[in-house]
Design a protein around this ligand. Sequence first.
Ligand code: GDP
Ligand code: MG
Length: 175
Amino acid sequence: MLQFKLVLLGDSSVGKSSIVHRFVKDSFDEFRESTIGAAFLSQTVKLGKHDDVTIKFEIWDTAGQERYKSLAPMYYRNANAALIVYDVTQPGSLLKAQSWVEELKHKVGDQDLVICLVGNKLDLCAEDPNARQVDIDDAQAYAQEKHLLFHEVSAKTGVGVAQIFQEMGEKVYEQ
Ligand code: GDP
Ligand code: MG
């Protein structure tokens, strides 16, 4: 089975670990402990566009804290895919996501790396219309300009999560 390395990056508390757990275990935990260093999980994806092809993602879920920042290159080096997460209710987290995009483009180049920008905690916007602090059009325009995939999701309800990995799977397989 073809295996691909996927790394999650983004500010702490944006929901990186929650997205991975939704994808790998289809569960959500309100009181998830924050990640120390990095966590490793793997999961397979059956590709829709390519009959009978199943790929495996080896997922490195990094800690967002500044004190672990020097470890990040160890996880994004040789990565095939990067999921850069922000929280749609925290505008500062989009700025952080953008700085990760710049770092990846600078250090890795984008030829072989599929990058997806992900706005998480979409469920909070449904609960309270004032909760949204990042305009979807702004984030999408940025993603387009940088040639990134883009999704808004909720790790809590699960909406959009499977699509991220499906789309990234298709893309890494095709290149
Ligand atoms: P990480 O530091 O980026 O790995 O973030 P975590 O996955 O540890 O999540 C941080 C906090 O946000 C936890 O309390 C989660 O329960 C919460 N959280 C994560 N995803 C969502 C989501 O989609 N919606 C809501 N409402 N809360 C979320
Ligand atoms: Mg985490």
